[in-house]
Design a protein around this ligand. Structure first.
Ligand code: NAD
Ligand code: DAU
Length: 352
């Protein structure tokens, strides 16, 4: 079969990438989806078990910093478009060791841009969609929202590496005319998220009646979006967004970390048949994250006005679906938390 597009999705075995791969495979049988992933600790082919049999799906195990591996994938599948998600994604790990973040997020992105440019040879009928984060804009005070025009002000090694990659993507557009698009999204939650991140970590610890580590006072604010809505936004931007443009994606859904943990505790007490207030007893205030950004909040009016995108579920609906998924997929989370990650988590927690 002649595929209409042959899209290289990097990081497709991760949290957001697996949701995007699933959406693209189901919605566009006329596209070939090539998932290029190194399978780091965060990559898990189990995330794609339900769709890996599809005839328009291919998996390539590879590292985006490896020039030959990326070139080979472009040549073998005659890649027409890229949606780039592969990254080191966890802020705490970037504080422990920034170099992996420089390698994958900066060097890996530049390598992909260079390979796309070489393969497409100035052709315009292509898209390189770079998936980025709102953290590049820095930290907000009590008021205001991040706009696409907000100056970059990254403050953690993770956000510095993502900001650098964003600048390279824009540089390839302005310097070489590479057809790029970008999206900068707020905090995602949903199924298949690695349990080092706040929501799955709390869900898993509530289930196991383990301490719930809240950094600092829990007053920091994040703007939460259901991962499926992020995947839908990427699809919209990829197909209908303007070249050279960046789109902010967010849920207008700000929560302090402590309010969110309280909400999860109460929701799970009901689902698990525990007495009211039982899980809140597990909350433990621990040493704050170094340089902890205070508040993130996205102004998503550009994507809403230009592309008609907005979140499809409320936070309450999305969290309900998410908690149910983790409760029904205990094997998925157990296989992660019983391996190497168990040692990492113990060390992290003891340090705090
Ligand atoms: P994740 O950590 O769950 O997954 C990352 C994936 O990238 C994994 O499958 C991993 O194996 C792969 N990978 C890592 N290094 C690689 C390399 N060198 N070569 C090839 N593959 C490699 O991350 P996520 O949370 O799904 O985030 C995906 C993207 O979205 C990232 O670029 C992240 O910066 C961005 N983002 C994430 C969020 C969020 O809330 N999680 C919000 C906004 C933007
Ligand atoms: O804003 C988008 C970003 O959101 C993405 O670019 C990142 O890839 C993603 O990891 C996420 O970054 P955060 O640092 O905001 O997410 P995390 O889940 O690590 O933490 C959310 C908040 O909860 C943050 O204020 C720190 C706090 N926290 C986190 C953990 C893991 C705790 O209080 N306790 C915890 O145990």
């Amino acid at each position: 079969m002649e595929f209409k597009k042959r899209i290289l999705v990097t990081g497709g075995a991760g949290f957001i990438g697996s949701h995007l791969v699933r959406l693209l495979l189901e919605k566009y049988p006329e596209y070939l989806i090539v998932n290029f992933d190194k399978l780091t600790y965060a990559g898990n082919l189990e995330n794609l078990k339900d769709i890996e049999h599809k005839s328009n799906y291919r998996f390539v195990k590879g590292d985006i910093t490896d020039v030959e591996a990326v070139k080979n994938a472009f040549n073998e599948y005659n890649i027409s478009d890229v949606i780039h998600l592969a990254a080191e994604s966890h802020v705490d790990r970037s504080i422990e060791g920034p170099m992996d973040f420089v390698m994958t997020n900066v060097v890996g992105t530049v390598n992909l841009l260079q390979c796309a440019r070489d393969h497409w040879k100035g052709g315009k009928d292509h898209i390189f969609h770079h998936v980025s984060t709102d953290e590049v804009y820095g930290s907000l005070g009590e008021t205001g929202l991040f706009m696409e025009t907000t100056p970059y002000d990254p403050r953690s090694p993770y956000s510095a590496s993502k900001a650098s990659s964003d600048h390279f993507v824009q540089a390839f557009y302005h310097t070489y005319g590479l057809p790029i698009k970008m999206s900068n999204c707020s905090n995602n939650y949903g199924s298949h998220q690695f349990p080092e991140k706040l929501i799955p970590l709390m869900i898993n610890n509530i289930v196991n009646e383990k301490p719930l580590p809240v950094y600092g006072t829990g007053a920091n604010i994040r703007d939460w979006l259901w991962v499926v809505d992020h995947a839908i936004a990427i699809d919209e931007i990829f197909h209908k967004g303007r070249l050279g443009e960046s789109y902010n994606v967010g849920g207008l859904n700000e929560w302090t970390n402590l309010d969110l943990v309280h909400y999860l505790c109460d929701l799970m007490d009901k689902k698990l048949g525990r007495s009211e207030g039982a899980s809140r007893q597990l909350i433990t205030f621990v040493t704050d994250r170094k340089g902890h950004d205070m508040r993130y909040a996205i102004d998503a009016s550009k994507i809403e006005k230009e592309l008609g995108w907005k979140p499809s579920v409320t936070f309450e609906q999305g969290l309900d679906l998410t908690v149910d998924w983790y409760l029904n997929n205990q094997d998925w989370i157990d296989s992660i938390t019983s391996g190497e990650y168990a040692t990492y988590y113990r060390n992290m927690y003891e340090e705090r």
